[in-house]
Design a protein around this ligand. Structure first.
Ligand code: ZN
Length: 285
């Protein structure tokens, strides 16, 4: 089973996690920029963090055979903090870098006017930089948050196939399924969404434009939830090909829209298996 985790915060994980990810079949990941638990007090700490996401963390991942990409953004929670608002002005510099395959995570936390502004501005940056965007939906007031998210996406003019709406569940999936956006599910050990529930959603709504991630952040989380979802799909009767579509081909297709996925060199086993297949270069139409 080859796995691409499209949303995993490795900054908060250990080298044991990298080793376990590789053993479970994970060969590629995207680490979106997010908050660091302790609020940041200046733009400089964002700059150091972004430098880590394009420098140190990819190096750390490569030592364990995993290709690391990232998404760069001002996260929704800190969009409310005036001390760091100017980080929006440094984003363009990072969005142009190799390995930055999306704007993210952006979206809503508490749905404040400040979040409205940061979200709309960052969707414009995605358009200007020809990148897809990873959109976080709030964990509170999820239905209103998801509806408002879709309104902002529509108003931005970004093509919906360049957007993934993340942290969906049984209550919000129906709002997004006809929007043209990609749909993502963060699988956690005991909150929000688990692998059995997402398998039911995949059965009810199909595997097209669906992504599954482990998020694996500062809280109680499990970086192997992608693999566990693949196993749960198999146990529920999904074929090996269907699992591969959800856990590999879909994230490659979504982030491949950036034109910046580089998968061959750290996954030589996969490169040999798929020699001549442009999917490994992210160029799949
Ligand atoms: Zn996240």
């Amino acid at each position: 089973m080859r796995i691409f985790d499209p949303h995993i915060h490795m900054t908060s994980r250990t080298t044991d996690d990298y080793r376990n990810l590789f053993e479970a079949g994970v060969r590629a990941i995207v680490e979106p920029a997010f908050w660091l638990g302790q609020p940041r007090t200046s733009v400089g700490t964002f700059v150091d963090y972004f430098d880590g996401l394009i420098g140190w963390e990819p190096f750390r991942a490569s030592q364990f055979g995993i290709r690391h990409h990232c998404a760069i953004a001002l996260n929704p929670k800190e969009a409310n903090d005036p001390r760091v608002h100017e980080v929006l002005d440094v984003l363009p510099r990072y969005l142009a870098k190799d390995g930055v395959v999306a704007v993210g995570e952006t979206g809503y936390d508490s749905m404040t006017p400040e979040e409205d502004d940061a979200f709309a501005r960052q969707l414009q940056l995605a358009i200007q930089h020809d990148l897809p965007a990873l959109v976080h939906t709030p964990h509170r007031d999820k239905i209103a948050g998801t509806k408002r998210t879709l309104d902002v996406v529509r108003e931005s003019g970004i093509p919906p196939e360049r957007i993934v709406i993340d942290h969906l569940n049984e209550v919000t999936i129906g709002l997004v399924v006809d929007s043209g956006c990609w749909m993502a599910f963060s699988i956690y050990p005991d909150t929000k969404m688990d692998e059995e529930r997402v398998v039911r959603i995949l059965r009810d709504y199909g595997i097209e434009r669906k992504l599954v991630n482990s998020a694996a952040d500062w809280g109680h989380s499990d970086p192997l939830k992608t693999r566990k979802t693949g196993d749960a799909m198999r146990a529920a009767g999904f074929s090996i090909d269907e699992v591969d579509i959800v856990l590999w081909q879909n994230p490659v297709e979504f982030y491949g829209q950036s034109g910046k996925l580089e998968l061959a060199e750290v996954a030589p086993d996969l490169a040999a298996t798929f020699a001549g297949n442009t999917i490994l270069r992210g160029a799949r139409a």
